[in-house]
Design a protein around this ligand. Structure first.
Ligand SMILES: [Zn+2]
Length: 319
């Protein structure tokens, strides 16, 4: 493993903050494929850091025991927003900026925009395929999924199907995506998968195990790793088009009490939870599934305002 600092930021009183790339170089004269893994753009999303840690362990072992298996190159950027990660916050502290909204055309000079530019340039010049790991916010638990903007569907779905996620959610383009790392890499013709899993500030070992297997499978199936063992059985993900997602929102403010499990196959009318008024001792609303389908997003944070999302279901029929 070769490690390189790709960007260094001075801090007022301490040592500089550095963004590190670890490279597992190809043992072939020309790498079959260069795959990059990026984690920690949002400093409160920790699942990707753990996934990268697990993959680095596996790749280090491979370098020791079976280096010729590395037919391609793997680049790991395990913590690309160190200052936010140190404080466990989504936004870059001090500036309160979401770095994943500063990629692409950005004419406002700032340290965040400079960092985004340096990171983008480094990833672009070292990658034929990228996986960008995210977790959900503090409110909603997400089943391991890959989100794809409709325009990139044709290129990305075949790669996404290798990653052992439960769901591939194709959604329409929106202006907000235009400043993200994933969108800009895809625009620059570097296929980039955005994985969303779990919930922020936590690590779900089962989900991480599932994705680690998926990434190993992706590395194998793209020829990056020439490995036969262990055999990996990857379940094909459910491909979900935009009109096949039903969102359930709260009609009242209250506490949401779950009565379903994420990943559950729901039938129409199944109970998802109650919305209660804890002060008056009333059930404000019983939440039932309006359709059959896979419960892939579920509210974890009980405090709920009117209109807040409670659940998302991948439906059998157009929602
Ligand atoms: Zn994120």
């Amino acid at each position: 493993m070769q490690s390189q600092c790709i960007f260094s930021i001075q801090t007022p009183v301490g040592p500089p903050v550095e963004i590190i790339r670890h490279t597992f170089p190809s043992q072939s004269a020309k790498p079959i494929k260069r795959v990059s893994l990026v984690a920690g753009l949002h400093g409160d999303e920790l699942e990707g850091l753990y996934i990268c840690h697990r993959l680095m362990q596996a790749l280090k072992k491979l370098e020791d025991k079976n280096p010729s298996a590395l037919k391609g190159e793997v680049n790991i950027y395990p913590a690309v927003n160190p200052q936010a990660l140190e404080t466990g916050t989504r936004l870059w502290p001090f500036f309160s900026v979401d770095i994943n909204r500063t990629f692409g055309e950005n004419n406002t000079p700032s340290l965040t925009a400079d960092t985004a530019k340096a990171l983008f340039g480094d990833i672009k010049s070292h990658s034929d395929l990228v996986v960008d790991f995210h977790a959900s916010n503090l409110q909603l638990m997400e089943l391991p999924q890959i989100r794809i903007i409709q325009n990139f569907e044709k290129t990305l779905v075949p790669f996404a199907q290798l990653c052992n996620v439960d769901l591939i959610w194709v959604h329409p383009h929106a202006e907000i995506f235009e400043s993200t790392l994933g969108y800009n890499l895809n625009q620059a013709r570097v296929p980039t998968l955005v994985i969303e899993t779990g919930i922020c500030l936590r690590i779900h070992q089962n989900y991480c195990d599932q994705i680690v297997l998926g990434i190993l499978n992706l590395l194998r199936r793209t020829g990056t790793l020439d490995l036969k063992e262990p055999s990996i059985e990857v379940t094909p993900a459910r491909l979900v088009q935009p009109e096949y997602v039903a969102m359930i929102q709260a009609n009242h403010a209250g506490l949401f009490i779950q009565q379903a499990e994420i990943g559950q196959a729901l039938n129409q009318g199944d109970k998802i939870g109650d919305l209660i008024d804890p002060v008056e001792g009333q059930v404000l609303e019983e939440i039932f599934s309006p359709c059959s389908g896979l419960l892939f997003t579920l509210r974890e944070y009980p405090l709920t305002g009117k209109g807040a999302p409670l659940a998302r279901i991948a439906t059998e029929e157009p929602a």
